[in-house]
Design a protein around this ligand. Structure first.
Ligand code: HPA
Ligand code: ZN
Length: 322
């Protein structure tokens, strides 16, 4: 009980949250109505019932369908503000928010509408928040490069780039040139790797893309040499416990390797990934993991410390929260 209170109350940073994955079914229906978009689901309950995933792809299909109701700058603002308020209630002090511009520009929504709506909410919201633009790895590198070009007028609103969507079959090296370009622009670099994909994808995210954090990365433990390197470099892993269960990376929370990652000396953090789809925001992720695994107050402190240490923030700003 004391531990639960501590997990909820401790200041934390969230480093792995897809803003489109924070779109709750109720808001999907509200935006559909507001925008005259028809949904293939009769009700909020029917939509929620469809959230039964077997793997990453089965989730992504529904996640992209949900995002189809986002059309105006106000829609992006409302979605982002709802997340920031919910995160503040979990004592998140700082969030680095992923967004997927290609999911929207492919539907004819202007890039500017997407960035301005999300960014304005970050300015108005109750917590510190910055933006990381993700490339969809199931699309081509040419399309990623075109997206980076489109982002140039908004360079000051974006702190970094990431890589998400279908992992297996789309290794990091497919995006070597666009990440090199982003690096030259002074953007921070992250990539999803080792969620469903093999440890080799974590290695190429480091060696080919030069990323500064690995999103998920839980499959690193399959490779002892890679694990030793990640420990040596204190490379942050943005672990998402509930996501891993819902997408069947692990069968049950008791099988999560979060405790083993910490025991190995890895810089693991706890995050929500797509909270509207996976059954909870960041504190729900801490609570579910601590309920199922042998984790104590020291692990809690370590995870919160890791979250600020891995944040793309000035050291002085982090210190205030640590
Ligand atoms: N993995 C890959 N792509 C994603 C995810 C994820 O967990 N969430 C949203 N897009
Ligand atoms: Zn993710």
């Amino acid at each position: 009980e004391q531990l639960r209170h501590m997990l909820q109350a401790m200041p934390k940073a969230e480093l792995h949250i897809h803003i489109e994955g924070s779109l709750e079914p109720e808001l999907i229906f509200e935006l559909a109505q507001r925008n005259g978009v028809s949904l293939p689901y009769a009700s909020v309950e029917a939509l929620r019932q469809a959230y039964a995933f077997t793997d990453l792809q089965s989730f992504l299909d529904i996640y992209y369908a949900g995002a189809s109701v986002l059309l105006t700058e106000r829609d992006f603002y409302d979605m982002t503000m709802a997340y920031l308020q919910r995160a503040a209630a979990d004592n998140v002090r700082h969030a680095e928010i992923f967004f997927d511009p290609q999911t929207h520009t492919a539907r004819g929504v202007p890039f500017q509408t997407v960035v301005d709506g999300i960014w304005r909410a970050c300015q108005d919201g109750p917590i510190s928040a910055t933006l990381i633009m993700c490339f969809l790895r199931h699309l081509s590198e040419e399309e990623a490069i075109a997206t980076l070009e489109e982002a140039l007028p908004f360079r000051d609103k974006i702190i970094g780039v990431g890589l998400d969507s279908s992992e297996v079959g789309h290794p990091p090296e497919k995006f070597a040139r666009v990440f090199e370009r982003a690096r030259n622009l002074g953007l921070h670099l992250v990539a999803h790797a080792g969620e469903e994909g093999p440890p080799a994808y974590i290695e190429s995210a480091l060696d080919v893309l030069n990323v500064e954090r690995i999103d998920h990365g839980v499959r690193c433990l399959e490779d002892p040499d890679l694990t030793a390197r990640l420990v040596r470099e204190q490379m942050a892993l943005t672990v998402c416990p509930l996501s891993n269960i819902k997408l069947r990376v692990f069968d049950v929370m008791g099988d999560s390797n979060l405790r083993r990652l910490l025991d190995a000396g890895l810089a693991a953090t706890v995050n929500s990934d797509d909270p509207a789809y996976f059954g909870g925001y960041v504190n729900d992720n801490y609570l579910a993991a601590f309920d199922a695994l042998p984790l104590d107050v020291n692990h809690a402190r370590q995870l919160a410390r890791n979250s600020f240490a891995a944040a793309f923030l000035e050291p002085e700003r982090k210190r205030a929260w640590l």
